[in-house]
Design a protein around this ligand. Structure first.
Ligand code: 3PG
Ligand code: MG
Length: 423
């Protein structure tokens, strides 16, 4: 398992801390209001732990050119309210206003810098290369006025940019409380899960889900992979069931250019690993807005498949209740329509009821856990999206690698830097 510096390794009283977070959030397009503030809530624990440091918060919202690409003032206001402490917003990333504001800070104060993606080094055609990050303006200017860097940007851990990975060798880079929990939980899901381990994969990101399945099988860590949602439909098709032209076309158009590669992975799984898979035995299709049950043996259908069926849920239940570890990523159904929410909600309820370790992997499924007030029943509800799928597929995670490099370089030096914990 990756070793990183944590907040238990250092004492940061009075220190200037650059704190990179991922609070990229869904915003209401016309008003900019937060539709979900769970990523802001997820960093409160680290902020509370840094209460006697000078904390400079850096983050991004969306991408240049998108409707929800905004500054961070709204995030700063919302976070101030959640934390119960006024955080000062500074409309600058690393220019003189940012540097002056940092130099004026007193211990216990916090400032929130503007959207780092307003700086061309971070995103777009002028983004600096990975190799050039340590000499970027963002890294050189900010590292000159700070002592340490703390990262809780797990949601962006599959990316690299100066603000995410450029500080690794300039100063000690430390995993925040959230980052630590994410690395531990997802590391467990991919490296060393208690067995039996059931990994439920759903949603419409079929290529990512199939990469996760192949990686878990290759590592020999998983016992059963239930496939539900669109990825379940794809696997039924690849296993020889005719899911009907409408459903095939939906998968082809959703996958676009990635279809051929995805189909190859689906066939590999169906041909070589079918014993490891659990596929739906019944489904629900949509006819005039209403739910209609259909057995897999009644396929093909001319209607859209929008949910798994009750028989499938009954078969899934003992698997989930016997599991010592459950991973769930991606909905089982078109749950935005109440008629078709049952499959997804029932899987969520079974995760809550399960006694094993339960890890919910980001995106829609994590939002649902929060909306239904079940976060306490789940061992780990990830704040990641693409980063969860990247980590579970065994892809490189530049942000975690940077923390590990910084650990190797700075752990032996902590005493000399007077950062070592006294307890
Ligand atoms: C996310 O929400 O997925 C992260 O903040 C990363 O955002 P990005 O996909 O725009 O890099
Ligand atoms: Mg539980």
């Amino acid at each position: 398992m990756t070793t990183v510096l944590s907040l238990d390794d250092v004492r940061l009283t009075g220190r200037t801390v650059l704190y990179r977070v991922d609070v990229n959030s869904p915003l209401e397009p016309s008003t900019g209001a937060f539709l979900d503030d769970s990523r802001l809530r997820s960093i409160l624990e680290t902020l509370e732990g840094l209460s006697d440091a000078k904390v400079v918060i850096m983050g991004h919202q969306s991408r240049p050119g998108k409707d929800d690409f905004t500054g961070m003032e709204g995030h700063c206001d919302r976070l101030s309210r959640l934390l119960g402490q006024q955080i000062r917003f500074v409309a600058d990333v690393c220019g003189d206003d940012a540097i002056d504001a940092i130099e004026e800070m007193q211990p216990g104060e916090k400032i929130f810098l503007d959207n780092v993606r307003l700086h061309s080094e971070e995103y777009g055609p002028e983004k600096v290369s990975f190799e050039a990050e340590p000499t970027s303006e963002i890294v050189t200017r900010l590292s000159a006025v700070a002592d340490v860097y703390v990262s809780d940007a797990f949601g962006a851990a599959h990316r690299n940019s100066p603000s995410l990975t450029g500080f690794a060798e300039e100063m000690p880079c430390i995993a925040g409380r959230l980052m630590n929990r994410e690395i531990r939980a997802l590391g467990l899901a991919v490296d060393d899960p208690p067995r039996p381990y059931v990994a439920i994969l759903g949603g419409a990101k079929c290529d990512d889900s199939l990469r996760v399945a192949l990686n878990l099988i290759e590592r020999g860590v998983v016992d059963c992979i239930p496939m539900v949602g669109v990825v379940g439909n794809l696997m039924l098709w690849a296993s020889g069931h005719d899911i009907g032209e409408r459903n095939k076309e939906f998968i082809r158009s959703t996958m676009g250019e990635a279809f051929d590669e995805t189909w190859q992975m689906a066939q590999q799984l169906a041909n070589d690993h079918s014993k490891m898979l659990f596929l739906p035995s019944d489904l629900a299709v949509e006819i005039d807005g209403k739910r209609h049950p259909i057995g897999v043996d009644e396929l093909p259908t001319e209607h859209s498949i929008y949910d798994i069926g009750f028989q499938t849920l009954m078969e899934l239940r003992p698997l989930m209740l016997d599991a010592k570890c459950i991973l769930w990523n991606g909905p089982a159904s078109f749950f935005e329509y109440p008629e078709f929410a049952i499959g997804t909600i029932e899987i969520l309820n079974m995760c809550a009821e399960a006694t094993g370790v339960t890890i919910v992997g980001g995106g829609h499924t994590s939002a649902l856990v929060n909306q239904r007030g079940l976060s306490r029943e789940i061992s780990h509800n990830s704040t990641g999206g693409g980063s969860v799928l990247g980590m579970l597929s065994g892809e490189p995670m530049p942000v975690i690698d940077a923390l590990a490099r910084s650990n190797d370089k700075y752990r032996p030096l902590l005493g000399a830097l007077e950062l070592e914990s006294i307890d």
